[in-house]
Design a protein around this ligand. Sequence first.
Ligand SMILES: [Cu+2]
Length: 158
Amino acid sequence: MTARTRLRRHDHPQRSRRSRAAVMAGLTLLAAIPAAAQDVRLSAEERATICAEAAQRLKGWLADHPAAPGTVVVATWREVFCPEAITVKAGEKVLFVNVEKRTSHSVWFKTAGRAESPRFFPDESFEQPVDLGEGDHDYVCGPHPWMRGRIRVEGAAK
Ligand SMILES: [Cu+2]
């Protein structure tokens, strides 16, 4: 399967009109700044505003779905991973929670050669095993390649 058909398959129907140019622009930027673990469409201020909103929405979600101790939570909101960079110790778990109203996301450690996670829809979560080894690991969202994050793993067995 080519990258092109994969992107098309994951396109959201409601985005299909405007998404082609956006996807191509995202891929161009992705190629230009391979190491950056942040959303290149938005300024730092815009991302901070979005992540403050995400934190409020996540608080409500966690009230209904308490996270186990040793869980680091990342929210997805307005096509941003919040927070974009986290540090996890070996043995901890990373839980991605989708607090969007209608958009689904995935977690994909693409440069590490991993398979893309299942899509998680609004009000759903996805638990990412911390099996990546010590160091920094960048990931993207499959359907929205401009969504980026980074997990730093500390103290894992090498
Ligand atoms: Cu996404």
